[in-house]
Ligand binder design. Sequence first.
Ligand code: NAD
Length: 251
Amino acid sequence: MIHIPAGLADLVAGAKSIAALTGAGVSAESGISTFRDAHGLWSRFNPDEVATREAFLRDPVKVWDWYAERRVQIALAEPHAGHYALVEMERRSREFALVTQNIDEMHRRAGTKRLIELHGSISRVKCFDEDVVVDEWDATGEVPPRCPQCGSRLRPDVVWFGESLPIDALGEAIAAAQRCDVFISVGTSGLVEPAASLPFEALRARAAIIEVNPEETPVSPFVRYALRAPAGEALPALVRAAWPGSELIGG
Ligand code: NAD
């Protein structure tokens, strides 16, 4: 059982504004592969072949099928106690924003309301040429399907390597980091920019940083508290310590 220091519980319960940043690690216990761990996706796949514009132009079928497979894996997964603890944190705190690098919609499915998706969502598709989200298209059997407006190919609405982040989401994430007095970094290796800079934006605004990650990361030297445990254990324990009597799903 993980120990939550009294000072940490008081810090979270007394926060005026909490910003949380999550990465692939928060979904690991739901059975969704991370990117960079020993068994992560990039130990088995080359990102240049499946997660860039060039890869899509070279072999759109391969890229579409790769995401289709991941979509199935994600559809079969369920949010866990850590995702639900963040929902309870939002309910209990004065002000809350959850910034995620994940494309798996687990936070939305768990019930988080103020969610900022930095890297898009695997459940949406958009037109490769026009960059607009498309909800319906003709099921001709062609892979990838075509945009009903312009006939260009459809692609997943996720941010690939070398692409810019959605400008509105990035602006909201930076504002949340600058406004918060408690910033919680969960399950991210802190290696992918610009998300990796968000804890440092919060630090500059004098927020206290809490890290939830079994491993150390580049942000570790700057944190006030580190919970070196899986998110599914650490987050419910943190919420229960901050707000005794919290009702937690799966925790
Ligand atoms: P990453 O794979 O680089 O790092 C994962 C981090 O999570 C590591 O620091 C690891 O120690 C930690 N971790 C592993 N298990 C954990 C657990 N149970 N609890 C808490 N932490 C745990 O992930 P990242 O930093 O998010 O990398 C960035 C990119 O990965 C993002 O662009 C994101 O879009 C993408 N990604 C998303 C998903 C998803 O949507 N679930 C999956 C894989 C990759």
